[in-house]
Unconditional design. Structure first.
Length: 61
């Protein structure tokens, strides 16, 4: 197991999942579904890659 599959918050194991993130942008609710992420089996922490984060930012700005 490498560091990429360890939760930065709890040290638990991360698993690949598709998640939904809700944002408020200019007073409006934006729901983005189908985001690839790693989710901690222990604490539920959601970790997205830098490139995915940039893609989400591009949608909003």
């Amino acid at each position: 197991m490498n560091d990429a599959s360890i939760c930065p918050s709890s040290g638990g194991n991360l698993e690949d999942r598709s998640i939904q993130i809700d944002f408020r942008h200019q007073g409006r609710l934006i729901v983005v579904e189908g985001i690839p992420a790693q989710v901690c089996k222990d604490c539920g922490e959601q970790v997205v890659s830098a490139s995915t984060s940039k893609d989400i930012d591009a949608l909003l700005w």
